[in-house]
Design a protein around this ligand. Structure first.
Ligand code: ADP
Ligand code: MG
Ligand code: MG
Length: 247
């Protein structure tokens, strides 16, 4: 599904990713762990096509197509979803408006019919119910005044409505209490744990992996993947720290 080969990327003229390779097959959940400043967020931004992140070498294909060639909105329409470490607030635009616009823009790009208001609301309500977010919150401006946990819950509802093929979730567990963590885990499992979907889960801590069991765990240090293992590797890292591996 996703094939990253020898990826090098600069931010502000500074080399951050330095030869990163990773292959993700359908049905797989990959966790990326690593120390602060390793390049984890940079990887997610490069994959999403954020301006200012310049690829200087290597390649990324998504379902056989060059991902780096596509504009950010084309990547989204192709099925790539990015969950932010710090979800943005959008005053004046309700979640419902925002998500309906986003979903229908993607559907148009794929040559599909846009969803009617009624069909969209049905879909939104189903996702909100499944993740314990009230419709009142979905009608409020995007993330404005939401607590950290509510933002992440909202992000899971967004993911459920958009229904992507590949979800890249950057520290989606940061700042969550246990209940919110369980909700996020449940969201990832129910929405994305499917044979034709995949997840790249970027996380600092092992906690979330108690709820979402990864098939592979990778350690990212100084812009490259320095170690790959199974779910056990996360436990080992939790015990021993990154020091020994990332040094
Ligand atoms: P992580 O998510 O693993 O903590 P990041 O990808 O956020 O790491 O950052 C990797 C490195 O890139 C850090 O050294 C950070 O300071 C640097 N960096 C990130 N964004 C910028 C920027 N806009 N300008 C310069 N350096 C940046
Ligand atoms: Mg960080
Ligand atoms: Mg980060």
């Amino acid at each position: 599904m996703l094939k990253i080969e020898n990826l090098h990327a600069d931010v502000d003229g500074k080399a951050i990713l330095k030869g990163l390779s990773l292959t993700i097959n359908p049905g797989e959940i990959h966790a990326i762990m690593g120390p602060n400043g390793a390049g984890k967020s940079t990887l997610s931004y490069v994959l999403a096509g954020r301006p200012g992140y310049e690829v200087t070498d290597g390649s990324v294909t998504f379902q056989g197509e060059d991902l780096l060639d596509k504009e950010p909105h084309e990547r989204a329409a192709a099925g790539v979803f990015l969950g932010f470490q710090y979800p943005v607030e959008i005053p004046g635009v309700s979640n419902v408006q925002f998500l309906r616009e986003a979903l229908n823009a993607q559907r148009r790009l794929r040559g599909e019919e846009p969803l009617s208001g009624g069909d969209f609301l049905k879909r939104a309500r189903a996702q909100a119910d499944a993740l314990g977010l009230s419709m009142d919150m979905l009608k409020r401006p995007v993330n404005v005044g939401f607590s950290g946990g509510e933002k992440k819950r909202n992000e899971m509802v967004q993911m459920g409505i958009i229904d992507p093929t590949l979800a890249i979730l950057d520290e989606t567990d940061s700042g969550l209490d246990i209940d919110a963590l369980r909700t996020v885990g449940h969201g990832i499992n129910t929405i994305m744990r499917k044979p034709d979907k995949a997840v790249l889960l970027i996380t600092h801590y092992q906690r979330l992996l108690d709820y979402v069991k990864p098939d592979f765990v990778h350690v990212l240090a100084a812009g490259r993947i320095v170690r790959t293992g199974g779910a056990d590797l996360a436990l080992e890292l939790e015990r021993e720290g990154y020091g020994a591996i990332a040094a």
